[in-house]
Design a protein around this ligand. Structure first.
Ligand SMILES: CC(C)(COP(=O)(O)OP(=O)(O)OC[C@H]1O[C@@H](n2cnc3c(N)ncnc32)[C@H](O)[C@@H]1OP(=O)(O)O)[C@@H](O)C(=O)NCCC(=O)NCCS
Length: 185
């Protein structure tokens, strides 16, 4: 039985582990946080498995709110609990919490992971915008940035226009398409 409740500071280590494990097999594999970001005014929920260790986080969702728009900052389900409705339950509860705040539009930004794309579409989101993420490494960073005198670039993260996707893919080895998904509430 999965219980959804508000995030508590005591959840932090379990929250971080759940997030990093969920992201490990995705395009966000290197998006590792050492501490949970704190944000005022949003909704941060966790799913805990009542049948197991009551404090173990098996899923999480953070939603920030800016006026009538809310953004899914993070959604992640522990891989051992995937595809059992945990993500859907977290989203339903988050939507129920932000609607009374006057939120009319919920959005989310994600790359090309099959699971995330299928999940957002199934949850009623539609793609509204695309742009490009380039992670340049030692082998191609010189094509991306010109460091200040005395510095040597060893890596860089850059945003590009979707119109330039093919050109960027030819030039750089790690390129993602980042999409904005939108759901009207
Ligand atoms: C996206 C995510 C949160 C979904 O959570 P979940 O609890 O596994 O999903 P649910 O059980 O609520 O929904 C399952 C549905 O999502 C989609 N889905 C989930 N995993 C999928 C996969 N590996 N392949 C294809 N579709 C998948 C399908 O539509 C699936 O329905 P089905 O099982 O009937 O085919 C989870 O896969 C995850 O944590 N991914 C890694 C983190 C991430 O990419 N977050 C979003 C971007 S920041």
């Amino acid at each position: 039985m999965t219980l959804v409740r508000d995030y508590r500071p005591a959840d932090e280590q379990s929250w971080l582990r759940c997030r990093v494990l969920a992201f490990l097999a995705t395009c966000y594999y290197d998006d590792v946080l050492p501490a949970k970001p704190s944000r005022a005014g949003g909704v941060d929920l966790v799913a805990v498995d009542e049948g197991g260790d009551g404090d173990a986080v098996v899923g999480l969702i953070d939603v920030s709110v800016t006026g009538a728009t809310a953004t899914v900052e993070t959604v992640a389900v522990h891989p051992d609990h995937a595809r059992r409705g945990v993500g859907s339950l977290l989203l339903d509860r988050a939507v129920a919490r932000v609607r009374p705040l006057g939120v009319r539009t919920l959005d989310a930004w994600t790359r090309e992971d099959v699971a995330a794309l299928a999940w957002y579409r199934r949850e009623g989101f539609v793609e509204a915008f695309r742009y490009v993420h380039v992670h340049a490494g030692a082998q191609d960073v010189d094509d991306a940035v010109r460091p200040a005198p005395g510095l040597a670039a060893v890596g860089a993260f850059l945003h590009g226009r979707i119109e330039d996707e093919e050109r960027l893919r030819r030039r750089f080895t790690r390129v993602h398409v980042c999409r904005r998904f939108v759901r009207e509430l």
